[in-house]
Design a protein around this ligand. Structure first.
Ligand code: FE2
Ligand code: FE2
Length: 186
């Protein structure tokens, strides 16, 4: 789906698609939708930050101050636009999964969380950051619990390294907590 991407990004996408597909099958989700979102999620990940910011400005996207400071976050929203306009993807669930795959979203349903979790806990990322093994392990049982643990880790890292957490990551974490994802960890 994304010719011209750097080899490392293609390899990440392949691992991520494989995990997303497996999680979709395991949790009884629509594998076609999950695969499509997984294949397209990093379509614009290799676009340089200044260009992402320029494109988002030109398209009059609502740019959060956190995104302005860290424009790489815009590869999701702009990637979703690209998928709808260039690849004629019309499924709003697929587009939302791509749009918010970096931060999560409080309105995410299981298919979108499958994409999110697969992106964060594919084998190479777990190998590079062992704390993510818990996310991968929990994903077998509960996508909500896995996503919550990932967002907990993100929050810890934001505090330790003193960077601003994207508001959607906070809202997504709150939504997962509100529907009891913290009790599913076991
Ligand atoms: Fe990404
Ligand atoms: Fe990714």
């Amino acid at each position: 789906m994304a010719p011209g991407l750097p080899a490392g990004l293609l390899a990440h996408t392949d691992r991520m698609v494989a995990l997303a597909d497996r999680l979709a099958a395991r949790h009884g989700l629509d594998r076609g939708r999950v695969r499509l979102a997984a294949q397209g999620h990093d379509l614009l990940r290799a676009v340089p930050p200044h260009e992402l910011l320029a494109r988002a400005t030109a398209r009059r996207l609502a740019i959060d101050p956190v995104e302005r400071g860290e424009p790489v976050l815009l590869h999701g929203p702009l990637g979703a636009l690209e998928l709808s306009e260039r690849f004629r993807v019309t499924d709003e669930g697929v587009l939302a999964a791509v749009r918010w795959h970096t931060t999560g979203h409080p309105d995410f349903a299981a298919e979108q969380w499958a994409v999110f979790v697969a992106d964060k806990a594919e084998p190479d990322k777990v190998a590079r950051r062992p704390a993510l093994a818990k996310v991968a392990m929990l994903a077998e049982r509960s996508l909500d619990a896995a996503a919550l643990v990932y967002l907990d880790l993100l929050l810890e890292q934001a505090v330790e390294e003193r960077w601003a957490l994207h508001p959607l990551a906070k809202l997504a974490r709150n939504a997962l907590l509100a529907r009891g994802a913290g009790r599913l960890e076991g």
